[in-house]
Write a protein that binds this ligand. Sequence first.
Ligand SMILES: [Zn+2]
Length: 219
Amino acid sequence: MDSIVNSKRSRAKSAAPAQPERPTREQAEAAVRTLISWAGDDPDREGLRATPERVVRAYEEWFSGYKDHPRDYLKRTFEETGGYDEVVVLRDIRFESFCEHHMAPIIGRVHIGYLPRNRVVGISKLARLVDVYARRLQIQEKMTAEIATCIDEVLKPHGVAIVAEATHQCMTTRGIHKTGVTMVTSRMLGVFRDHAETRQEFLSAIGLRGAAQVANGGG
Ligand SMILES: [Zn+2]
Protein backbone atom coordinates (compact mmCIF):
# COMPACT_ATOMS: atom_id res chain seq x y z
CA MET A 1 0.00 0.00 0.00
CA ASP A 2 2.85 2.31 0.85
CA SER A 3 4.36 2.02 -2.55
CA ILE A 4 1.10 3.10 -4.16
CA VAL A 5 1.01 6.25 -2.06
CA ASN A 6 4.60 6.85 -2.86
CA SER A 7 4.30 6.43 -6.59
CA LYS A 8 1.64 9.10 -6.68
CA ARG A 9 3.78 11.47 -4.71
CA SER A 10 6.92 11.07 -6.75
CA ARG A 11 5.30 11.26 -10.14
CA ALA A 12 7.63 12.86 -12.64
CA LYS A 13 7.73 13.11 -16.39
CA SER A 14 9.69 10.42 -18.11
CA ALA A 15 8.65 11.05 -21.68
CA ALA A 16 11.13 13.08 -23.68
CA PRO A 17 10.87 16.74 -22.67
CA ALA A 18 9.06 18.98 -25.12
CA GLN A 19 11.46 20.29 -27.74
CA PRO A 20 11.65 23.97 -28.44
CA GLU A 21 12.14 24.80 -32.14
CA ARG A 22 14.98 22.53 -33.23
CA PRO A 23 17.85 24.22 -35.10
CA THR A 24 18.99 22.82 -38.42
CA ARG A 25 22.13 20.71 -38.72
CA GLU A 26 23.84 23.67 -40.41
CA GLN A 27 22.97 25.93 -37.50
CA ALA A 28 24.30 23.36 -35.03
CA GLU A 29 27.56 23.08 -36.99
CA ALA A 30 27.87 26.88 -37.08
CA ALA A 31 27.50 26.93 -33.29
CA VAL A 32 30.40 24.47 -32.96
CA ARG A 33 32.52 26.72 -35.21
CA THR A 34 31.74 29.59 -32.87
CA LEU A 35 32.86 27.57 -29.86
CA ILE A 36 36.12 26.59 -31.62
CA SER A 37 36.78 30.29 -32.25
CA TRP A 38 35.83 31.09 -28.68
CA ALA A 39 38.36 28.50 -27.46
CA GLY A 40 40.98 30.47 -29.43
CA ASP A 41 41.52 28.32 -32.50
CA ASP A 42 40.81 28.71 -36.20
CA PRO A 43 37.84 26.60 -37.34
CA ASP A 44 39.11 26.82 -40.94
CA ARG A 45 42.45 25.19 -40.34
CA GLU A 46 42.89 21.76 -41.83
CA GLY A 47 42.54 19.63 -38.70
CA LEU A 48 39.40 21.39 -37.56
CA ARG A 49 37.53 21.77 -40.82
CA ALA A 50 35.40 18.64 -40.40
CA THR A 51 35.10 18.96 -36.65
CA PRO A 52 31.72 20.73 -36.48
CA GLU A 53 30.21 17.98 -38.61
CA ARG A 54 31.74 15.30 -36.41
CA VAL A 55 30.66 16.99 -33.19
CA VAL A 56 27.09 17.28 -34.39
CA ARG A 57 27.09 13.59 -35.31
CA ALA A 58 28.50 12.74 -31.88
CA TYR A 59 25.71 14.75 -30.30
CA GLU A 60 23.15 12.58 -32.06
CA GLU A 61 24.64 9.61 -30.24
CA TRP A 62 25.34 11.24 -26.86
CA PHE A 63 21.87 12.74 -26.66
CA SER A 64 19.85 10.04 -28.33
CA GLY A 65 17.81 9.68 -25.12
CA TYR A 66 15.56 12.59 -26.13
CA LYS A 67 14.02 10.50 -28.88
CA ASP A 68 12.97 7.65 -26.61
CA HIS A 69 9.97 7.16 -24.35
CA PRO A 70 11.19 4.80 -21.63
CA ARG A 71 7.75 4.31 -20.13
CA ASP A 72 6.18 2.93 -23.30
CA TYR A 73 9.25 0.88 -23.91
CA LEU A 74 9.14 -0.86 -20.51
CA LYS A 75 5.40 -1.41 -20.82
CA ARG A 76 5.87 -3.50 -23.90
CA THR A 77 8.38 -5.84 -22.35
CA PHE A 78 6.99 -7.27 -19.15
CA GLU A 79 6.69 -10.96 -18.43
CA GLU A 80 4.84 -12.88 -15.76
CA THR A 81 6.94 -13.56 -12.67
CA GLY A 82 5.98 -17.23 -12.40
CA GLY A 83 5.60 -16.81 -8.65
CA TYR A 84 9.02 -15.24 -8.09
CA ASP A 85 8.74 -13.00 -5.05
CA GLU A 86 12.28 -12.07 -4.07
CA VAL A 87 14.25 -8.92 -4.72
CA VAL A 88 15.75 -8.63 -8.20
CA VAL A 89 19.09 -6.81 -8.27
CA LEU A 90 20.95 -5.62 -11.31
CA ARG A 91 24.25 -4.03 -10.49
CA ASP A 92 27.05 -2.20 -12.27
CA ILE A 93 25.12 -0.91 -15.26
CA ARG A 94 27.62 1.46 -16.78
CA PHE A 95 26.29 4.78 -17.98
CA GLU A 96 27.66 7.84 -19.71
CA SER A 97 25.82 11.11 -19.37
CA PHE A 98 26.48 14.83 -19.55
CA CYS A 99 25.92 17.30 -16.75
CA GLU A 100 23.44 19.96 -17.62
CA HIS A 101 25.49 22.69 -15.96
CA HIS A 102 28.72 22.30 -17.95
CA MET A 103 27.87 19.71 -20.60
CA ALA A 104 30.82 17.70 -19.29
CA PRO A 105 30.72 13.88 -19.07
CA ILE A 106 29.31 12.09 -16.05
CA ILE A 107 30.54 8.50 -16.07
CA GLY A 108 29.48 5.87 -13.63
CA ARG A 109 27.31 2.93 -12.73
CA VAL A 110 23.72 2.42 -11.76
CA HIS A 111 22.43 -0.37 -9.53
CA ILE A 112 18.78 -1.33 -9.74
CA GLY A 113 16.75 -3.35 -7.27
CA TYR A 114 13.05 -4.07 -7.26
CA LEU A 115 10.64 -6.42 -5.59
CA PRO A 116 8.30 -7.60 -8.34
CA ARG A 117 4.58 -7.75 -7.77
CA ASN A 118 3.22 -9.29 -10.97
CA ARG A 119 5.80 -8.67 -13.60
CA VAL A 120 9.48 -8.52 -14.33
CA VAL A 121 11.48 -7.20 -17.26
CA GLY A 122 14.54 -8.55 -18.98
CA ILE A 123 17.97 -7.37 -17.87
CA SER A 124 18.69 -5.70 -21.18
CA LYS A 125 15.50 -3.64 -20.91
CA LEU A 126 16.57 -2.15 -17.60
CA ALA A 127 20.04 -1.40 -18.91
CA ARG A 128 18.41 0.26 -21.90
CA LEU A 129 16.18 2.29 -19.59
CA VAL A 130 19.28 3.66 -17.86
CA ASP A 131 20.70 4.66 -21.25
CA VAL A 132 17.56 6.52 -22.25
CA TYR A 133 17.78 8.76 -19.18
CA ALA A 134 21.58 9.00 -19.27
CA ARG A 135 21.69 10.16 -22.88
CA ARG A 136 20.22 13.52 -22.03
CA LEU A 137 21.58 16.56 -20.27
CA GLN A 138 21.32 15.51 -16.66
CA ILE A 139 22.03 15.99 -13.05
CA GLN A 140 22.73 12.73 -11.28
CA GLU A 141 20.05 13.23 -8.62
CA LYS A 142 17.36 13.73 -11.25
CA MET A 143 18.48 10.79 -13.35
CA THR A 144 18.40 8.52 -10.28
CA ALA A 145 14.87 9.64 -9.41
CA GLU A 146 13.63 9.35 -13.00
CA ILE A 147 14.80 5.74 -13.34
CA ALA A 148 13.14 4.83 -10.02
CA THR A 149 9.87 6.57 -10.88
CA CYS A 150 9.66 4.96 -14.31
CA ILE A 151 10.15 1.43 -12.98
CA ASP A 152 7.75 2.13 -10.13
CA GLU A 153 4.99 3.43 -12.35
CA VAL A 154 5.28 0.92 -15.15
CA LEU A 155 6.01 -2.34 -13.32
CA LYS A 156 4.17 -1.35 -10.12
CA PRO A 157 6.49 -3.47 -7.96
CA HIS A 158 6.40 -3.58 -4.16
CA GLY A 159 9.39 -1.29 -4.21
CA VAL A 160 12.27 0.10 -6.24
CA ALA A 161 15.82 0.92 -5.19
CA ILE A 162 18.24 2.85 -7.36
CA VAL A 163 21.81 3.78 -6.49
CA ALA A 164 24.04 5.68 -8.89
CA GLU A 165 27.77 6.21 -8.44
CA ALA A 166 29.60 8.49 -10.83
CA THR A 167 32.44 10.88 -11.39
CA HIS A 168 31.70 14.26 -12.88
CA GLN A 169 34.29 15.61 -15.27
CA CYS A 170 33.18 19.16 -14.55
CA MET A 171 34.64 18.48 -11.09
CA THR A 172 37.70 16.49 -12.08
CA THR A 173 38.97 18.49 -15.08
CA ARG A 174 38.03 22.03 -14.13
CA GLY A 175 36.82 24.11 -11.21
CA ILE A 176 38.00 22.45 -8.01
CA HIS A 177 39.90 19.67 -9.87
CA LYS A 178 38.98 16.99 -7.40
CA THR A 179 39.95 13.65 -8.86
CA GLY A 180 38.83 10.37 -7.37
CA VAL A 181 35.63 11.84 -6.00
CA THR A 182 32.57 9.72 -6.60
CA MET A 183 29.09 11.04 -6.14
CA VAL A 184 26.55 8.58 -4.81
CA THR A 185 22.84 9.19 -5.15
CA SER A 186 19.93 6.94 -4.36
CA ARG A 187 16.19 6.70 -4.55
CA MET A 188 14.28 4.22 -2.42
CA LEU A 189 10.59 3.65 -2.99
CA GLY A 190 8.03 1.33 -1.39
CA VAL A 191 9.48 -1.52 0.66
CA PHE A 192 13.04 -0.31 0.13
CA ARG A 193 12.15 2.95 1.78
CA ASP A 194 9.92 1.56 4.49
CA HIS A 195 11.80 -1.57 5.53
CA ALA A 196 15.39 -1.23 6.66
CA GLU A 197 15.94 -4.97 6.21
CA THR A 198 14.94 -4.97 2.53
CA ARG A 199 17.03 -1.87 1.94
CA GLN A 200 20.05 -3.50 3.60
CA GLU A 201 19.57 -6.62 1.49
CA PHE A 202 19.83 -4.46 -1.62
CA LEU A 203 22.75 -2.37 -0.35
CA SER A 204 24.80 -5.39 0.59
CA ALA A 205 23.99 -7.04 -2.75
CA ILE A 206 25.58 -4.06 -4.48
CA GLY A 207 28.40 -3.83 -1.94
CA LEU A 208 27.31 -0.51 -0.47
CA ARG A 209 26.03 -1.44 2.99
CA GLY A 210 24.56 1.63 4.61
CA ALA A 211 26.24 4.10 2.30
CA ALA A 212 23.24 4.99 0.21
CA GLN A 213 21.24 6.22 3.17
CA VAL A 214 23.49 9.24 3.30
CA ALA A 215 22.44 10.50 -0.09
CA ASN A 216 18.92 9.11 -0.14
CA GLY A 217 16.67 11.38 -2.08
CA GLY A 218 13.75 9.07 -1.45
CA GLY A 219 11.78 11.02 1.15
ZN1 LIG B 1 28.76 20.17 -14.16
